[in-house]
Design a protein around this ligand. Structure first.
Ligand SMILES: Nc1nc2c(c(=O)[nH]1)N[C@H]1C(S)=C(S)[C@@H](COP(=O)(O)OP(=O)(O)OC[C@H]3O[C@@H](n4cnc5c(=O)[nH]c(N)nc54)[C@H](O)[C@@H]3O)O[C@H]1N2
Ligand SMILES: Nc1nc2c(c(=O)[nH]1)N[C@H]1C(S)=C(S)[C@@H](COP(=O)(O)OP(=O)(O)OC[C@H]3O[C@@H](n4cnc5c(=O)[nH]c(N)nc54)[C@H](O)[C@@H]3O)O[C@H]1N2
Ligand code: SF4
Ligand SMILES: [Mo]
Length: 694
């Protein structure tokens, strides 16, 4: 049977796959043992690639919404209708009247990464949104202020570290994020085998915490206090050790001043973690041979996301662990996105209704619905959604449904008729997954080891299908009235790879189907620093000023809330955000869309394991089964995101039969990190109500 090797494009882990197939049928999908990064690891989602390829609900031709249902139309008809409507609305209401939302799969798609910007440039709208501001915007923000580029994100060197401090990440399930680390379970064990230590800080004793050496429970949104307390101890004990960063560092004295009020004793009370424990953690971190603090989704999607990432960068820098083996390091990928553009720009405009700041050409996605619903000049009248499902993925999805419903025109580039795309007038479906060529432009940049790999399409797309990049290019060209360009992603890839220091070519990569190993990360800070002055300002004004919110939130008396519990989210091994629940083998088994409740909270509310409960926030309420579990910190409940497929008009047969409910019907578009505008999914206040069993 013929065998095909490729990289899985579903999550950030970039696992190498070995696929056996006959004709156009996939027989088996296994891990590729010869992939230098993933070394044979895969997760249960990999077989989802076969299910997506074969999915009868997947769209292959454009469709138009009519009063009595969807009709298949030709590409020509679809493009013409889209271009006419977008131009009509631009002429009537101006460029800002056309908005766009870009979802997560764009980051996994080489064509969309290389060609998607052309459409955005053509639209020239200030109303561009993406999943970035429901996810990792705080990382980009802090990287821009400290290192001069949104992609200058230091990656934990977990293959060499002696102390791995994980705050708000669950890589045993997520397989790592802003840390492409396939085969995380083995890599974690390897740290322990070589005598290192892994510590997890999380409101839930997660799958990662279970495998760690130490777990510390924390109240959602309180991490900023822990980090300030740790830095305070580090500075007080004169453990600052800048090593080779010394000549580059500016404003260390300011850091000493601003951290001074946050002794472990002072932060301990609002934080709910003993002062001695905070000091111990700081001491262990500083005295380890090498150490790295890694903060991910749980400390990004919360009210102090920007501050948390800043303090984490500081902890790594001041303890001498930035740009050093076993610490936080910069990658040197063969395709270097930092080499392409200018340094990142921010704050060039503000959102019209709420005045939240732009970052890298985008506005926070929490402002999207209000920009559609609030009348006045600059109101959004038409939207593109590209590989995104914001109705399930962004805060207050119900409001977004109302907003999409009343648009003048909407286009979705997507493979499904789902909770978001059902509102589109026209859906343009791309070829996807096994039908595409792949080079992970973004995730090689964020990987714990430098490697390069190109995967050709396994199956040819049909003549009547289009790639994402072809759709994006065609729309951009027709909106501009230009001739079609002859460039393809492969051409850009080849050119860029050849001009990299590794001097690779696409042809060479094609000869190495398992990928090419370019070695461990190396110290390279001076090359990666993109600030104008070539220095690192430890204390940018924006970040320093934001500390006043810490004082207001934690050190002023607050009144008790009518919503006594905190809500957080969770990821599940067999889910991928909102869009893979149409694969039967990924959804079968016991119901997974449950609310986890600590036994004491369950007792207080007279809730039994398995009982249906209402979870209520100021934005709405949802009903789901309770799962009583001591893995929760008392006072915190937890619901997975990406469920809620029972909405009318969704054409996903399997997902509808395993619908669940959407956590984002509870989350609040006004609960944000005010500094960056990132959504705060963590820490939404809720109450529970047992539903009596009849
Ligand atoms: N409460 C809560 N909400 C969250 C999170 C959380 O932890 N808690 N996590 C947040 C995070 S980290 C993220 S990244 C966002 C994700 O938010 P989104 O990116 O908006 O949502 P996805 O579920 O990834 O939706 C992906 C869409 O792309 C389509 N698609 C899949 N493959 C392709 C393709 O090849 N081409 C095209 N054009 N379309 C394709 C799918 O059908 C689906 O409609 O959700 C965020 N929302
Ligand atoms: N199986 C699977 N894998 C995925 C995805 C998926 O949907 N399914 N999605 C992919 C995407 S888009 C992303 S961005 C990555 C994300 O990858 P991770 O960052 O690992 O994300 P999560 O697994 O959501 O882990 C976040 C953790 O933060 C904790 N947390 C919540 N609030 C707080 C808080 O206030 N403080 C602290 N300290 N912790 C908190 C949660 O309990 C959770 O354990 O995963 C990717 N991988
Ligand atoms: S961990 Fe991610 S990249 Fe690896 S097989 Fe699973 S979904 Fe694919
Ligand atoms: Mo994400």
């Amino acid at each position: 049977m013929p065998t095909h090797y490729r990289t899985c494009n579903l999550c950030e882990a970039m696992c190498g796959l070995e696929i056996q197939y006959e004709g156009t049928t996939v027989q088996t999908i296994k891990g590729d043992k010869n992939d230098p990064l993933s070394r044979g690891h895969i997760c249960p989602k990999a077989v989802g690639l076969k299910d997506i390829y074969e999915d009868p609900d997947r769209l292959k031709q454009p469709v138009r919404r009519r009063e009595n249902g969807w009709e298949v139309i030709s590409w020509e008809e679809a493009y013409t209708e889209v271009v006419e409507n977008i131009q009509r609305i631009q002429h009537q209401h101006g460029k800002n009247a056309v908005g766009a939302y870009l979802g997560n799969p764009n980051a996994h798609n080489v064509g969309s990464i290389l060609f998607g910007r052309n459409l955005l440039k053509t639209l020239a709208s200030q109303n561009i949104f993406s999943a970035t501001s429901a996810d990792q915007l705080p990382h980009h923000y802090v990287s821009t202020l400290l290192f001069g580029h949104m992609m200058a994100i230091p990656i934990p060197d977990i293959d060499r570290t002696d102390f791995f401090l994980i705050i708000g990440g669950n890589p045993m399930v997520s397989n790592g994020s802003l840390m492409t680390a396939p085969d995380f379970p083995k890599r974690l064990r390897a740290i322990q085998k070589r005598g290192g230590k892994v510590v997890v800080i999380d409101p839930r004793r997660t799958e990662t915490a279970d495998k760690a050496d130490q777990y510390i429970g924390i109240k959602p949104g309180h991490d900023v206090l822990l980090l300030l307390g740790m830095l305070h101890h580090l500075i007080e004990k004169e453990q600052v050790n800048l090593r080779h960063l010394e000549p580059l560092i500016v404003n260390l004295d300011t850091i000493k001043e601003i951290v001074a009020p946050y002794s472990s004793e002072r932060v301990a009370t609002p934080l709910g973690i003993k002062a001695s424990k905070i000091r111990e953690l700081a001491t262990e971190f500083c005295s380890a041979k090498s150490a790295v603090c890694y903060g991910r989704l749980g400390v990004s999607t919360q009210q102090f996301g920007g501050l948390c990432q800043w303090l984490i960068y500081l902890l790594n820098m001041l303890s001498g662990n930035l740009d050093r083996a076993g610490g936080a390091m910069f990658t040197q990928p063969a395709f270097d996105v930092m080499g392409l553009g200018k340094s990142t720009r921010l704050n060039r405009w503000k959102s019209r209704v709420r005045g939240l700041p732009e970052f890298g050409g985008e506005l926070p996605c929490v402002t999207m619905a209000e920009e559609m619903l609030t009348e006045g000049e600059g109101q959004i009248k038409a939207m593109f959604t590209v590989a995104g499902n914001p109705v399930l993925s962004t805060a207050n999805g119900k409001q977004l449904e109302q907003a999409f419903e009343q648009l003048d025109f909407m286009v979705s580039i997507d493979i499904y008729i789902n909770e978001t795309t059902k509102f589109a007038n026209i859906i343009l479906p791309p070829a996807t997954g096994l039908e595409t060529g792949q080079y992970d432009v973004i995730f090689h940049q964020l990987a714990i080891r430098n490697t390069a790999k190109y995967s050709p399409p396994l199956f040819e797309k049909s003549d009547d299908q289009r790639y994402d990049w072809e759709i994006l290019q065609t729309l951009a060209q027709r909106l501009k009235g230009e001739e079609a360009s002859l460039m393809s992603p492969e051409m850009v890839l080849d050119f860029t790879l050849q001009s990299s220091p590794y001097q690779l070519s696409l042809a060479q990569l094609k000869e190495q189907p398992h990928g090419v190993d370019l070695g461990a990360m190396n110290p390279c800070l001076e090359n990666r620093l993109k600030t104008k002055e070539k220095t690192i300002n430890l204390a940018p004004n924006e970040l320093v000023a934001d500390l006043k919110r810490v004082e207001q939130s934690f050190f002023n008396a607050s009144s008790p809330s009518e919503y006594p519990l905190y809500l957080i989210s969770r990821r599940q091994l067999r889910s991928n955000n909102s869009w893979m629940h149409n694969s039967y083998r990924l959804v079968k088994g016991p119901k997974r869309c449950t609310v986890l409740i600590h036994p004491n909270d369950a007792k207080n509310h007279q809730i039994e394991h398995g009982q249906a409960v209402n979870v209520i926030s100021s934005k709405g309420q949802i009903q789901l089964p309770a799962e009583v579990s001591d893995e929760m910190l008392e006072g915190v409940v937890c619901i997975p995101h990406g469920w809620g497929h029972a909405r009318e008009g969704v054409q996903l047969q399997v997902a509808k039969a395993h619908a669940g409910t959407s956590i984002n019907d509870l989350t609040d578009e006004y609960l944000i990190d005010e500094l960056t505008g990132n959504t705060a999914f963590s820490g939404v206040r809720v109450q529970l109500e047992a539903i009596s069993q009849s």
